[in-house]
Design a protein around this ligand. Structure first.
Ligand SMILES: Nc1ncnc2c1ncn2[C@@H]1O[C@H](COP(=O)(O)OP(=O)(O)OP(=O)(O)O)[C@@H](O)[C@H]1O
Ligand SMILES: [Mg+2]
Length: 271
């Protein structure tokens, strides 16, 4: 019995190590005199959605960019499935980045390309698939986000919410293992935002995507998150399941979650 228990413990110990899809260890990043990330450590489990919340300018986008090594840490390390990636060359990183979909904060579609060409772009860049295969994938991804039929439109001809969904279709074109969403619902009405939340959940549930969602939108955070991490001035100040955030009595977290300004926030208005 004791032996069995020991074996189970060894196995679960191993499983715990293996399931970290992404790990940041002691990551610090500064821009000139501005220290943005401070010895930040974070393990992201495979197949789960982690939501990162925090005030504007606190380092959320900078954190996401470290996960795909668009930024490199000044100190600390970044691992993908146990393999260190932060010191790889740009050439070596191409292989990793294909496993990621990145929905950028600003959407960033190519204005001169059609919707279909935007979604097809990574497929032309990173695969040798034929035009016919690519067309089929484009249709499949656009259907997933509810936009099949808009293939020949240009970004300027569709709404903001539709552009976000096209950007999401492009982000998942290569069937990524991990999708990073930087404020996916910002600027959308509540119904459109909910469509995006639902897509994030489906990608996780149906395809097992590991997600990292940066957001200010607590409705979205509660809906899509298996776990919420709150950043404050480059440090993690709260980390737990959504229910912990609903009920927290930590004043800094409470204020953010309830959307209340602190006296310091308001003092700037008096000047
Ligand atoms: N490439 C860069 N060069 C210099 N400073 C930068 C760079 N990227 C980010 N910063 C600074 O780092 C800080 C954190 O930026 P970041 O974009 O991560 O904030 P954020 O938490 O995503 O904010 P928001 O919610 O407004 O998007 C900001 O003060 C920003 O000006
Ligand atoms: Mg940001």
């Amino acid at each position: 019995m004791a032996e069995v228990r020991a074996q189970v413990q060894r196995d679960s110990g191993r499983a715990a190590v293996e399931t970290a899809q992404i790990e940041l260890r002691g990551v610090s990043k500064r821009f000139g005199s501005l220290e943005v990330l401070k010895q930040l450590s974070l393990r992201l489990e495979r197949g789960k959605t982690t939501v990162v919340i925090g005030e504007s300018g606190t380092g959320k986008s900078v954190l996401l960019k470290h996960i795909v090594v668009l930024l490199r840490p000044d100190e600390g390390e970044v691992y993908y499935r146990g393999e260190r990636i932060d010191h790889l060359s740009e050439m070596e990183l191409v292989r990793y980045r294909q496993r990621f979909g990145f929905l950028f904060q600003m959407g960033a579609l190519f204005d001169s390309l059609t919707v279909a060409e935007n979604v097809a772009f990574p497929l032309h860049e990173h695969t040798n698939k034929s035009s016919r295969e690519i067309d089929a994938i484009v249709t499949e991804k656009l259907s997933m986000v509810g936009l099949d039929g808009l293939q020949s439109k240009r970004p300027a001809q569709i709404s903001g919410g539709q552009r976000k969904r096209v950007a999401l279709a492009r982000a998942i074109a290569l069937d990524p293992e991990v999708v990073l969403y930087d404020e996916p619902t910002t600027g959308l009405d509540p119904v459109r935002a909910d469509v995006i939340n639902e897509l994030i959940r489906r990608l996780q549930r149906r395809i097992g995507v590991t997600g990292v969602v940066v957001t200010h939108d607590m409705t979205s955070a509660y809906k899509v998150g298996d776990r919420i991490v709150m950043l404050d001035k480059g440090r993690i100040i709260a980390d737990g399941p959504p229910d912990d955030f609903r009920t927290t009595d930590d004043p800094r977290v409470r204020r953010f979650v309830d959307g209340r300004a602190s006296p310091e926030d308001l003092s700037a208005l008096d000047e």
